[in-house]
Design a protein around this ligand. Structure first.
Ligand code: NAD
Ligand code: MG
Length: 388
């Protein structure tokens, strides 16, 4: 039996992970489930999965959960330290990092530092902490496995016995695919009028609100570019972004002998999650088999950086190095929150991020405190621009 801490159990990735646990009750068991504020949802999950611990990041929500659960068998904890504690416990085999945003960094690092198998969905943590994150993975011999569908596809196409973090032998290029989001084809002049509801409606994937907006601005692809460079130790100039509107090929890896390997499947996160949970074995995931005749066509296009300035900003931040990617990520998180709350327009998201990158100095990111400080400064800067 493998015991799992699921960070972000009430989210979209969390639900897919729990679906797979239910399909394999002899192999996987929930040790700890965590969430931010949704006590009702968590109470239902506790009744169904009977974890040893339930952690609510928000203290008031933990109190509510205790009341809802009464004398049931789960211990309720709260706060960021508790998230980190359930991620490093000696009783845990696998930690699924599925909190959205920078809030996931500390508990994910806690799992890394205790040498766990980590299923990484929380790309923001890796983008933010960058080289430091990967150094910790190496130092503590953690087993990092990507769950982001593209990176899981790349991982599946890597050479035999490949270890995440090392440079893959014979690989000349990574082709990072993306659907282009809901606004791939609308006229640029209409971008001003885009509503949160439209931005949250992704054509192929059903995801949480923040990553859905990131997909619409294509910041998601920008973050994924940085994620690929970190995970596979490859130059950003060797990662090409390819628009593929069907979301059937999840990414490709090109080799020096001319081979190009692709991983395909229906767009359902249970495939990459099952792959990473059971790796190197394979387990049933509940995903519908791919019917290529029904799909009938696979199309590919170049990604347009004029249409999607967030792509350019992410690449520039990565090239700048240091704390730039932490600044990029923090500015994006605050901008997206404000767009979702209808306080700014869709087109203001990249403008705010670019201004933040211009105004907050990047410095060497060799210390966690420095990274957290850059994150804080960037958030403060965006808020000050909004209140000006
Ligand atoms: P979501 O919004 O559906 O869920 C987020 C989860 O994080 C919830 O359980 C929430 O309670 C928790 N959370 C939010 N803020 C928190 C805080 N401050 N402290 C502690 N917990 C907090 O998001 P999602 O779509 O499941 O995405 C989760 C992560 O996975 C993101 O980093 C996203 O980029 C990545 N990801 C998601 C998908 C997808 O299909 N949804 C695909 C690839 C990668
Ligand atoms: Mg992805």
């Amino acid at each position: 039996m493998k015991y799992i801490t699921l960070l972000g159990a009430t989210g979209s990735i969390g639900s897919s992970v729990l679906d797979i646990i239910l399909r394999h009750p002899q192999q996987y068991s929930a040790y700890a489930l965590t969430a931010n504020t949704n006590a009702e949802h968590m109470a239902n999950l506790c009744r169904q999965f009977r974890p040893k611990y339930a952690v609510m990041a928000d203290t008031g929500s933990a109190e509510k959960l205790k009341t809802l659960l009464g004398y049931e068998s789960t211990w309720v904890l709260s706060g960021e330290d508790a998230l980190s504690e359930v991620s490093c416990s000696a009783d845990v085999d696998i930690v699924v990092a599925a909190i959205v945003g920078a809030a996931g960094l500390m508990p994910t690092l806690s799992a890394v530092r205790s040498g766990k198998r980590i299923l990484l969905a929380n790309k923001e943590a890796l983008v933010m902490a960058g080289a430091l994150f990967m150094d910790e993975v190496y130092t503590h011999s953690a087993e990092l496995l990507p769950v982001d569908s593209e990176h899981n596809a790349m991982f599946q196409c890597m050479p035999a016995n490949y270890t995440v973090g090392s440079r893959p032998e014979g690989v000349t290029q990574i082709l990072l695919t993306g659907s282009g989001g809901p606004f791939r084809e609308i006229p640029l002049s209409d971008f001003d009028q885009v509503t949160p509801e439209q931005a949250k409606t992704h054509p192929n994937w059903n995801m949480g609100p923040k990553i859905s907006v990131d997909s619409a601005t294509m910041m998601n692809k920008g973050l994924e570019l940085i994620e690929a460079c970190r995970l596979f130790d490859i130059d950003d100039s060797d990662v090409n972004i390819v628009l593929h509107k069907q979301s059937i090929i999840h990414s490709l890896v090109a080799y020096n002998d001319g081979s190009v390997l692709a991983q395909m499947g229906n767009p359902d996160m249970r495939t990459p999650i099952a792959n990473a949970l059971a790796w190197p074995d394979r387990i049933e995931s509940g995903v519908e088999p791919l019917d290529l005749i029904r799909v009938s066509q696979l199309n590919f296009e170049l990604a347009d950086e004029d249409r999607f300035p967030c792509l350019r900003l992410a690449r520039e931040a990565y090239r700048q190095g240091g704390t730039s990617t932490a600044i990029l990520n923090a500015a994006n998180e605050v901008a997206v929150e404000n767009f979702l709350a209808e306080r700014i327009k869709f087109t203001e998201i990249p403008v705010l991020i670019e201004k933040t990158l211009e105004n907050i100095d990047s410095c060497v990111a060799d210390d966690l405190e420095i990274i957290i400080d850059a994150d804080r400064k960037a958030r403060f800067y965006v808020e000050s621009q909004l209140n000006a």
